[in-house]
Unconditional design. Structure first.
Ligand code: 5GP
Ligand code: MG
Length: 501
């Protein structure tokens, strides 16, 4: 089975207008969530037009293509793809376009990963005579199932279909003159909506809203379905009332520092202006790391761009240590803009690319005899930390200590950020022992933030719920730390944690 995690954006307007450039600019705010392919669906007065190709938004959508496609539209959906497990078939690029049993056309974009996907295959085998194409992604299978759903209108069909769907999903569905926004019952992946001048915007992250001056109204609730059409946004399926399990890796690494999220997972609990920015969250993690693992004797602290910077400044400010941006990102390097792990076929070559994307300031006055504290968001395979450690030592540093803003990642993720398991994860190989991990990376030491410290950084004033089993701390405190603990809100087969425990 092929799965794809991603960034999604949808714009709707009650008055037909040329919205493609707007939609693509907003989608730039979720480009970091998927960098392999881009696709759009535009609903003009007459029909749905689609265009998809491999590459970043700016590579796929040249000015010529934008001019050709930018027709007055009711809605536009944009998808930035991060496909995994070695299959980049263009056929699976989204939006998924499906003709339904009643001859409507559906356009579907998805961020997350469905569980129990064999259920989709059984439904399709039972209800259609056509043979299923090989290598279809989870989202395509879902879209085909949705196309067969029963109901008197699309509100009913979508509600009926999603009742039986498991796993992590944030969806935008375009059909006829409406778009629908839906989120799984635990709210594992983000989805937010708000207003633009002539309509509405929905996107994975608030950063997309800032890019086009849109106002954030609120999150789509857990298990909620919102329809947006001429009547404005209407909640057609209320929140699930289940505990939130928003992905904790979004805070540490996956989301942009400019984005903001509510912290408790309950919609409407706070105004969007009071949501916590990812950047400030990372600063708070740095301050917590400073109390858990202080290094007052450090010569200076350096954060690895981009996601390690706020962590490093939070740490340095708390201990009143000098902070130096002595490792910078080379935006003109071939891989300068990329998240290196996002391509399966390149996996083995990542380590060779790290020091092209990230450059040390080559000046021995900075490094010689220094005790350096390096801050980074997380360690997955350890490519960045081993390459950077080696480079810092080669500049003459005395000691290299890492502080890491996410506890050791020892388990896979099947809920939308695609962390693989087994040999690839350095923490699995060493049973999360930081001494052994430091040894393999060649560093003097490594200090991970504690589970509790990490959770407290996002809880703000909200009370921490104590658990007898520390492994359950993430799930009991409104998050998902499955890649740290191996306990997930829902398994890949669709079994729910709360029901099984
Ligand atoms: P490293 O492999 O050097 O530990 O990771 C470098 C950076 O890429 C880290 O910020 C890490 O969180 C991110 N990263 C590495 N591998 C993966 C992966 O498989 N999935 C995701 N979502 N992020 C990864
Ligand atoms: Mg990083």
């Amino acid at each position: 089975m092929l799965y794809e995690k991603c960034g999604i954006v949808g714009i709707y307007s009650p008055t037909l207008f040329h919205m493609l450039p707007h939609a693509l600019t907003a989608a730039g705010g979720v480009q970091h969530r998927g960098q392999q392919g881009t696709g759009i669906a535009i609903k003009t007065k007459e029909k749905i037009i689609t265009y998809k190709s491999n590459g970043l938004i700016k590579q796929v959508f040249s000015t010529n293509i934008i001019n050709r496609l930018d027709k007055p539209a009711d809605w536009v959906l944009v998808h930035c793809r991060y496909g995994t497990y070695g299959n980049y078939a263009r056929a699976n690029l989204q939006p998924c376009i499906v003709k339904t049993k009643d001859n409507d056309t559906l356009a579907v974009i998805h961020n997350g990963e469905f569980a129990a996907t064999n259920d989709f295959i059984s439904v399709l085998k039972n209800k259609t005579k056509k043979r299923l194409k090989k290598g279809l992604s989870d989202t395509y299978l879902f879209s085909l199932v949705l196309g067969l759903s029963q109901g008197v209108n699309w509100d009913e069909k979508i509600i009926n279909c999603l009742k039986n769907v498991k796993g992590a999903y944030s969806l935008i569905i375009g059909v006829n003159g409406s778009i629908y926004l839906a989120r799984d019952k635990f709210g594992i992946r983000p989805l937010i909506f708000g207003k633009i001048k002539d309509g509405y915007l929905a996107a994975s992250e608030t950063h997309a809203f800032s890019k086009i001056g849109a106002t954030v109204t609120r999150e789509v609730g857990k298990g909620e379905i919102v329809r947006i059409d001429k009547r404005g946004p209407v909640s057609i399926q209320k929140e699930s009332g289940r505990k939130s399990h928003f992905c904790d890796f979004e805070w540490a690494y996956f989301s942009r520092p400019e984005s903001r999220y509510p912290t408790t997972g309950q919609q409407n609990n706070k105004k969007p202006s009071e949501w916590l920015s990812v950047s400030l969250f990372r600063e708070r993690s740095g301050a917590i790391l400073a109390s858990e693992h202080p290094f007052p004797e450090a010569s200076f602290v350096v954060g690895i761009p981009d996601s390690g910077i706020s962590l490093g400044t939070g740490y340095a400010n708390t201990l009143r240590l000098p902070y130096r941006q002595a490792v910078v990102r080379d935006h003109f390097d071939r891989n300068g803009q990329d998240r290196l792990f996002m391509r399966d076929d390149e996996m083995r070559k990542i380590s060779k690319k790290v020091l092209g994307k990230l450059s040390l300031i080559i000046d021995a006055r900075i490094w010689k005899e220094a005790v350096v504290v390096v801050a980074d968001d997380s360690i997955v395979r350890g490519n960045v930390s081993s390459e950077v450690t080696r480079a810092i030592f080669s500049m003459g540093a005395k000691e290299v200590h890492w502080i890491i803003g996410f506890p050791a990642i020892a388990h896979k993720c099947h809920l939308g950020v695609s962390i693989r398991s087994g040999e690839e994860l350095i923490a699995t190989r060493h049973k999360s022992d930081p001494v052994k991990i430091a040894k393999e990376l060649g560093a003097t030491s490594i200090y991970y933030i504690s589970n509790i410290g990490f959770i407290k950084a996002r809880l703000l004033g909200k009370k921490f719920v104590n658990t007898t089993d520390p492994k359950k701390a993430f799930l009991e405190n409104g998050g998902c730390g499955g890649c740290i603990t191996g306990l997930y809100p829902v398994t890949q087969d669709g079994v729910e944690y709360e029901k099984s425990s």
